[in-house]
Design a protein around this ligand. Structure first.
Ligand code: SF4
Length: 258
């Protein structure tokens, strides 16, 4: 079986991330899903994972009466101390630590720490269209008094490309199908600057998401070329280290000051 045929045979089971990568850069898509080159995580990816873990534990394990901003920051500090000494000695990571603490302060100020989410970090795998299975993990799902759902995705980075409404819509149809309840609202909580993004989710969004999914699968099944898409997102690409366009990326970075 050729590499392309192998790729085609796997696109009936896919994640919202895979679709995002597909539309961001075809070359990255090839590296990640066809060549299966190992991703090289950046220091900010490690701290981003820690922040997600802390928020998951805080909202699922800490009793409501014990929750406040200080507890949240203490949990982060404990998690930080548990990271490898090698990581904590890396240049620049102290700044990441301070930034993360600021992000948690911002979250504590902006949001209700006594909230009781219906689910934190649930993993879904569900057939949302005949023959098309979506899988992935959602950061958090709250349930409203009327039984409808509010789907929340935490964003810890500062890059605007991270806010991808298409991706959130896919999470919404996946959650609805798995839980049998309607999603009424979707949000990105941007921890970096507190500039959150919230949108109602209704029939029009639902239809849009299903057609976007089918369109993506169709395109993935017919793809035969994987051109690079050089841009600011390259600075966040876990395949930059292996990318054939590194010289061009360096040139653009200097010229455009990213
Ligand atoms: S570094 Fe940029 S051009 Fe290269 S694979 Fe990643 S996103 Fe694509």
């Amino acid at each position: 079986m050729s590499q392309i045929s192998k790729l085609i045979s796997t696109v009936s089971r896919l994640s919202p991330l895979r679709i995002r990568v597909f539309y961001t850069c075809r070359l990255r898509y090839r590296y990640q899903y066809l060549n299966r080159i190992p991703a090289r995580l950046r220091p900010q990816d490690t701290v981003g994972s820690l922040l997600h873990r802390v928020l998951c534990d805080f909202f699922s394990k800490v009793p409501v009466e014990e929750r406040d901003g200080q507890r949240l920051i203490r949990m982060f500090e404990d998690g930080w101390e548990a990271l490898s000494p090698r990581y904590r000695r890396m240049r620049g990571v102290d700044k990441l630590r301070e930034k993360s603490i600021d992000q948690l302060r911002m979250l504590a100020k902006q949001h209700d720490l006594s909230a009781r989410p219906l689910l934190v970090e649930p993993y879904f795998q569900v057939e949302v269209e005949p023959g098309v299975t979506l899988f992935g993990r959602v950061d958090r799902i709250d349930e409203r008094v009327d039984g409808s759902l509010h789907l929340i995705d935490y964003k810890t980075g500062s890059h605007p490309d991270e806010v991808d409404a298409k991706q959130l819509r896919l999470y919404a149809i996946m959650a609805e199908k798995s839980l049998g309840k309607p999603v009424a609202t979707t949000s990105f909580w941007r921890l970096d600057d507190g500039d959150n993004w919230t949108k109602d989710f209704g029939d029009a969004q639902r239809r849009l998401s299903h057609s976007e999914l089918l369109e993506a699968v169709n395109q993935m099944q017919s793809i035969s070329e994987f051109p690079p898409n050089v841009g600011q997102h390259c600075g966040h690409c876990p395949y930059l280290y292996a990318c054939s366009e590194r010289e061009e990326i360096k040139r653009r970075r200097l010229a455009e000051d990213w």
